[in-house]
Design a protein around this ligand. Structure first.
Ligand code: BGC
Length: 401
């Protein structure tokens, strides 16, 4: 059960979910337009309070922090780069390094500049060029960064693009984002969405490959991307269906990681695939605040699958649970880490574990599901560490479960 001394132990966040007032982003626009969506507003004000966030993490005993840089701030208009925002993110990286924290930097985490979306977003012919121009600029501030995640969950993004296109074509009455969860009806719909075809994966793969080469040429960082791993399993007799669905939802993205330095695994729950497709999580008292089944064993399934398909070292870039009961968070995480340790004992090369999330933050459309190791007062922005933060830090310090 021992973890190596070099293991990265930390937590993850994303800019749109924590910074606040991400005014030039497509998500900000969406929140004001779509009925029923709560706005992100000030989020957790981490734009100003990132130093406090990182100190809490370091003081607890953790040694790594995954955060993102926000494209909409860095390039608020096409080709117009903000030196002040680049300096801001450089200060974040510098703060992490000063605190002895290994920064894991995400270049794109769901939100894009509004202008990029208006140009046609990821399906526009020049999407990869646009992304590459932004990333080229960002490489100027990445000195000392060893880990870069290019695109967070391209498979979830492909799903979102597919849903948006269906909405525009009038096939959807209202916004039903696969990331906006916590409502039984929406969850049911999300779980039953058809898998985006491989065609939807192509723009992301192209963009990932383009910026991977740029980041490698201009920095010393290891480069990879992070995939939403469904830890899908087959119902009896549904092995073929599992293979088909898993290919479209996951494996096409895992295979595109060939030549990367690592694969980012993001795991929360597990779902079964039956003859007709993915089986929605049935209502159950144990379900988490996002309506997902309580499945701490998902992480072990996910890392084994990602390692088997890619042959790459694994960095767990997200794993966590939406719950109001922090002792459940500790139980879930302990169990998930046991599954991770077992996979490592079986030879899977895992370099680190980044818990989602450091903070109770904005969960893409609503504030209800709390994933944080730290609670945040949304008026004063006061941070209150939960017992799970101390527990994870102690586990990191000892390397023992
Ligand atoms: C995303 C996060 C999100 C988390 C919990 C992942 O899909 O990368 O942004 O908050 O899951 O739902």
């Amino acid at each position: 059960m021992d973890f190596p001394a070099t293991f990265l132990w930390g937590a993850a966040t994303a800019p749109h979910q924590t910074e606040g007032n991400n005014l030039n982003s497509d998500w900000w626009a969406r929140e004001t337009l779509v009925p029923g969506m709560e706005p992100s507003g000030d989020a957790t004000d981490s734009y100003h309070r990132y130093g406090e966030d990182m100190r809490l993490l370091a003081d607890a005993g953790l040694n790594a922090y995954r955060f993102g840089v926000e494209w909409a701030r860095i390039e608020p208009r096409p080709g117009q780069f903000s030196h002040a925002e680049l300096a801001h993110y450089r200060r974040m990286i510098g703060t992490a390094l000063e605190l002895g924290i290994t920064p894991v930097v995400t270049l794109h985490h769901f939100s894009s500049p509004r202008w990029f979306a208006e140009e046609g977003g990821w399906r526009a012919p020049n999407a990869a060029d646009r992304f590459a121009a932004y990333v080229t600029k960002v490489t100027e501030i990445l000195d000392g960064v060893d880990w870069v995640v290019t695109i967070n969950e391209p498979n979830m993004m492909a799903m979102m693009v597919m849903v948006q296109e269906a909405m525009r074509a009038g096939q959807w009455q209202q916004w039903q984002s696969p990331t906006v969860d916590g409502d039984a009806e929406r969850d049911r719909i999300a779980a039953n969405l058809p898998s985006p075809t491989v065609e939807y994966a192509q723009p992301f793969i192209k963009a990932h490959h383009a910026v991977r080469d740029i980041v490698r040429a201009r920095t010393g960082a290891k480069v990879g991307w992070s995939i939403a791993n469904g830890a899908l399993t087959a119902a009896p007799g549904a092995e073929h269906k599992l293979a088909e669905i898993r290919y479209q939802q996951e494996d096409v993205y895992l295979e595109a990681a060939a030549g990367d330095d690592f694969i980012g695994v993001q795991s929360y729950s597990s779902q079964q695939v039956g003859q007709d497709g993915v089986v929605a999580h049935p209502d159950h008292p144990d379900n988490t605040l996002t309506g997902a089944a309580y499945r701490p064993d998902a992480l072990g399934i996910a890392v084994r699958h990602a390692a088997a398909v890619t042959g790459l070292p694994v960095l767990v870039t997200e794993n966590g649970i939406a719950t109001g009961d922090d002792s459940r968070r500790i139980d879930y995480t302990r169990e998930a880490l046991r599954g991770l340790a077992a996979a490592m004992n079986d030879g899977v090369d895992v370099r680190g574990y980044l818990h989602w999330s450091l903070l109770d933050n904005y969960e893409w459309g609503h504030w209800g599901p709390t994933f944080g190791l730290v609670a945040v007062d949304r008026q004063t922005f006061a941070r209150t560490p939960k017992p799970s933060l101390g527990w994870l830090g102690a586990t990191a310090r000892s390397g023992l479960l």
